[in-house]
Design a protein around this ligand. Structure first.
Ligand SMILES: [Cu+2]
Length: 126
């Protein structure tokens, strides 16, 4: 598994929107996850059915907290510097194709299979 952390998902529209699906040819499926600390103080991931974005709002994806996309069943190893296409489906904005640039995760403890992919702005103006 690999995790995709986009820099930001932005909603330029006047209505609330929601990321409901993501697909990429490089993985069998893409799951939307959120990360939160449970009552025992343990960081846990759980799958969500969508990522809501308020009008004019921004959702930041960054390692260690909050939302991220999980690439399940990678069909090829992802190397830093490479890029791959991803299709994001929003409830209102429809399909948005983006290019994800693979970046090695910063920080002292790189996790196997985890990749940081900042720098995406996903929502079209409409
Ligand atoms: Cu995850």
């Amino acid at each position: 598994m690999g995790a995709a952390y986009f820099g930001v998902l932005e909603n330029h529209g006047a209505k609330p929107d929601k990321l409901v699906r993501a697909t990429t040819p490089v993985a069998a499926s893409v799951e939307m996850h959120t990360m939160a600390v449970d009552p025992h103080g343990v960081m846990r991931m759980r799958e969500v059915d969508g990522i809501a974005i308020a009008p004019g709002g921004v959702v930041r994806m960054r390692p260690g907290m909050g939302y991220h996309l999980m690439l399940v069943g990678l069909k090829q190893p992802l190397k830093p510097g490479e890029s791959f296409p991803m299709s994001l489906q929003f409830e209102h904005a429809g399909n948005v194709d983006v290019t994800v640039v693979v970046q090695a995760m910063g920080g002292a403890a790189p996790m196997s299979g985890m990749l940081g992919m900042p720098g995406m702005s996903g929502m079209p103006k409409h």
